[in-house]
Design a binder for this molecule. Structure first.
Ligand SMILES: *[C@@H]1O[C@H](CO)[C@@H](O)[C@H](O)[C@H]1NC(C)=O
Ligand SMILES: *[C@@H]1O[C@H](CO)[C@@H](O)[C@H](O)[C@H]1NC(C)=O
Ligand SMILES: *[C@@H]1O[C@H](CO)[C@@H](O)[C@H](O)[C@H]1NC(C)=O
Ligand SMILES: *[C@@H]1O[C@H](CO)[C@@H](O)[C@H](O)[C@H]1NC(C)=O
Length: 476
């Protein structure tokens, strides 16, 4: 049953008197913890094996980033709840034409009309967090509406249509305090208002991606790690002066910030769900806190917390669909090292750590975890250089990455031009290493970090020589 704001709860109590109206007014809220089935790896096992592994971890659902027929068939056969996605690129065409939406649903989902597991569909993934596709934003709700209509026409009216949001969709990603949560002004009225109306009207859910890992690491000197790991954190309770509510963990705080943002635009009643959450097991030198101990702790606590039905301070008793990111470590994911280490499983099917997503397994019954060795930021300076530990350097690719980096900021590459302090030795690798360090130093907040198409690696060894000083990163 949906427990929302105090106002809504009061409303619920009133309608309880006339019991026949309850289902019409407050649709039952699904509760499950599933797993996101990302496929950006060249070494992943076949889909039926993926479903087995998801089940073995206690997942009740699998979410996909597209509508690949092979994966959907394996999911349907597994009996799990499954959540296909419409790829972001299709949004404009599905928004423009009901016929296109009908055809997409007929081609991809009609084969699963009798699969009870098919009960959610995401139209796009974090669409509103990508400013480079701003022209798609106004097309999102029309695409969702066309798809929803197409589903009904094809006997799939049970499927809840939604899309996924990230914390970037909150203004300044601010969750301190949760009651100050507000959608970004560039989307609040134009997109979020009609979108939340749609979700309420169709009794669907507002699916957020909420990672306490990122919010904690951006603010680790103030926010205690146990608070982000959903562990008891003695001596730290976060009081929200706006509501008078107290918080015992960072995830509840993030969820309630979303509730506040929805309320602020008049949609207090919208039901909340978690499309992605989780914790990485490894990362680059600058990605402190990414380790097996923390990842296992977070996901085990998450499962217990969600299964308890405790809800959040603002929505006590709230139940919701939720999905952990991710089933596998995905070796082809772009960006910082953590991106390739979110999995519950290695591609060979071995568990990275044990977890029971049903939340029923007592915490004390798990075997001991390895110690956490990187919970604090690396205390020294870091540089970003061309990686040489993965075989011969592809100089063509390195030159392309360096040229692209130079184009991002005037003067960035002057030191490696003739006469510059870092011109000698004049090799592709030496020049690119300087450029990678300089670019990382200038843009560490905004870009994928020290990655450069997988050609770069962080180092603690200062590559400076003579008068050539490489810019470095110092973690705060
Ligand atoms: C769908 O997934 C299967 C199994 O992972 C893969 O072999 C196939 O190439 C995918 N098809 C498309 C069109 O991406
Ligand atoms: C960090 O946490 C404190 C509260 O503990 C909060 O006041 C502050 O806004 C947070 N900063 C960021 C960047 O989230
Ligand atoms: C699976 O892969 C992991 C990580 O590479 C490795 O540690 C483990 O030993 C492998 N398991 C098996 C059964 O090969
Ligand atoms: C080297 O990189 C270039 C450009 O990215 C690519 O086209 C080429 O296939 C790569 N060569 C090898 C041997 O990987």
């Amino acid at each position: 049953m949906a427990m929302s704001s105090p106002l809504l709860t009061l409303h619920l109590l009133l309608v309880l008197a006339t019991t026949t109206m309850v289902t019409a007014t407050t649709p039952p809220t699904a509760h499950f913890l599933g797993v996101n089935y990302g496929t950006l790896g060249d070494n992943l096992p076949p889909p039926h094996r993926g479903m087995e592994l998801a089940r073995s971890a206690g997942a009740a659902a699998v979410r996909f980033y597209d509508a690949n027929a092979t994966l959907l068939a394996a999911a349907a056969a597994s009996g799990l709840v499954f959540v296909p996605s419409v790829p972001n690129e299709l949004i404009p065409s599905l928004a423009a034409s009901q016929r296109a939406a009908d055809a997409w649903v007929a081609a991809t989902l009609l084969p699963f009309r009798r699969s009870p597991g098919l009960s959610y569909l995401f139209v796009g993934n974090e669409v509103l967090s990508d400013p480079t596709t701003r022209s798609r934003w106004p097309r999102l709700v029309p695409a969702m509406a066309n798809v929803e209509r197409a589903l009904r026409r094809h006997g799939l009216g049970r499927v809840k249509v939604s899309t996924t949001f990230s914390m970037h969709d909150l203004n300044h990603q601010n969750v301190f305090p949760p009651s100050s949560g507000v959608f970004r002004p560039d989307i609040a009225d134009a997109v979020m208002r009609p979108l939340l109306s749609f979700l309420e009207r169709t009794e669907s859910y507002l699916f957020f991606d909420a990672y306490t890992y990122f919010t904690w690491s951006a603010n680790h000197s103030i926010v205690p790690l146990p608070y982000a790991l959903l562990e008891p954190s003695p001596g730290f309770v976060y009081h929200d002066p706006g509501t008078g509510l107290s918080y015992a963990n960072l995830l509840d705080q993030m969820l309630d910030a979303v509730v506040a943002a929805a309320c602020r635009i008049g949609h207090c009643g919208v039901r909340l769900a978690l499309a992605e959450t989780g914790w990485p097991t490894a990362g680059d030198l600058d990605q402190f806190g990414a380790n097996v101990r923390n990842a296992a702790t977070y996901n085990r606590n998450l499962a217990r917390h969600l299964a308890s039905g405790a809800g959040t301070p603002r929505r006590p008793g709230m139940r919701m669909p939720a999905m952990v990111f991710a089933l596998f470590n995905e070796n082809l994911k772009w960006g910082p090292g953590t991106e390739r280490h979110w999995g519950l499983f290695y591609p060979n099917g071995t568990a990275v750590y044990e977890v029971d997503l049903t939340g029923r397994r007592p915490l004390a019954s798990y075997p001991p975890l390895p110690p956490a060795l990187n919970d604090r930021p690396y205390p020294g300076r870091l540089w970003c250089v061309v990686r040489t530990d993965k075989g011969p350097v592809n100089e063509t690719a390195v030159r392309e990455q360096a040229a692209a980096a130079c184009a991002d900021k005037a003067g960035l590459c002057d030191p490696v031009r003739p006469g510059g302090a870092c011109y000698l030795p004049s090799t592709v690798t030496a020049h690119a290493s300087y450029v990678f360090s300089a670019h990382w130093n200038s843009f560490s907040e905004d870009y994928g970090g020290c990655y450069f198409g997988g050609l770069a690696v962080e180092t603690t060894v200062d590559p400076s020589h003579g008068s050539c000083k490489f810019p470095s990163i110092v973690l705060k």
